[in-house]
Each structure stands twice: as C-alpha cells, then as structure tokens.
Design a protein around this ligand. Sequence first.
Ligand code: AMP
Length: 219
Amino acid sequence: MRKYVIMGVQGSGKGTQSELLCDDLGLVHISVGDIFRWHVKKHTKLGAQVRRIMNAGELVGDDLVESVVRERLDQHDWNYGFVIDGFPRNDRQAEFFMESYDIDGVIHLELPEDEVRRRVLSRRLCPNCGMDYNLIADRPKEAGSCDICGHQLITREDDTPEALEARLHDYNEKTRPVLALFRRKEYVHDIDARPPAEEVQASIREALHLPPYKAAPTY
Ligand code: AMP
C-alpha cells in the first residue's frame, strides 16, 4: 500500500503527474479540485456552495474540504494506495490528514512563478470529456476544439489573471508552511517540474524508488 501526497503551485503538473503515477501502479488519483468541479458541473448543493469561492481562486472552508476528503477516502477503493492532489493546503488540513493516515511520501513539484503564469494562462479544457490542453506545449490539432471528442475548448473559470494571483498568494501564505511541516518529517521529495512530463515522471519514480513508468495495456 502506497500513500502519496502531491504538492506544487497551480500549473506545476500535479494532475498529469498523478495520473501517470497511478496508471500502471494501480493507485487511485484523488483530486479535491476535480471533486469540487464535478459538483459545480452537476449543479449539486455542494457545487452551489463552492462555485463562487473557486471562481475567485479562494480556498474552500476546512470543514467542507475535510468532509469531502473523508468521504472520498472512506470509499476504500484504493487497495494499492492513492495519490492525493490539492490537499492538504494549510496546516489544519495537514494535521487532520496526518491524524488519520500515514504518508509514504510527499512529491513537491517545483516551478518558478513566471513559468506558472505562462502555463496557467494558456491552459484549456474540454468541458465534455475533461481532456486538458496547453496552448504552448500541448496544443489541440485543430485550434479551439478537442482532439478526442471535437467539443469546443474552454478556459477554466479560475484560470484568470486575478484568480491566479489569489491562488499564488494563498499558496505562498498557507500551503508552503505545510511543506515545511512535512519536510521536518522527512517526507518531501523536491522535483523540478520544468522538463517535459515524462522526464518529470521519471524523476518522481527515481526519488520514490519505484519502477520506471510502463503504460498500462489497453485491451
Ligand atoms: P485545484 O484544481 O487543486 O487548483 O482546486 C481548484 C479549487 O478548489 C481551489 O482553487 C479551491 O477553491 C478549491 N480547493 C481544492 N482543494 C482545496 C483544499 N484542499 N482546500 C481548500 N480549497 C480547495
């Protein structure tokens, strides 16, 4: 059983790296942001509670976040372990998490802020199938439409310059101290997030002493 936390500023590739890590190791990727986005898209009560906060790039209240995380982990569909992404984001969430779960490692993706701005503001998303694109590194074949399903691409509602600045501010003020806390427990592996995704994945696996990435067979 492997339990990892993945941390890093917005746009550092947490989602992509989590997916690659989970793919062939049978781990479950748990993204708190994706859970909230699902609720917003489906117009649930929870979605209505978090939508404005998310669009402004602010953090959702701890009680709500903790209940969402507890409920998700209580599903126990993670026999081989999980990679949790977007959580914990402040000291209180970190304490809640460490009280209930032991952690095998924290992956910290490092990316300079000017690169964060460049990446985040060029991010595009397919609202239909969820595929991510980037107008710099990972462009769709036909401008503005999804390679997989052809749907028109959109910008995430919280990928505006104002919301990004708010998120960067929160990251520096509230999330960096969590990293310091984990560092004292010697959980943290610092990984340079600037190279292409496969290289970043290789560095993560080396740091965690895991076998190299092997794409899971598609039957
Ligand atoms: P992300 O996709 O991780 O950037 O999350 C998108 C948004 O969901 C964030 O900007 C917050 O509004 C909210 N969110 C996700 N995870 C957390 C968390 N651990 N604590 C508070 N808010 C969160």
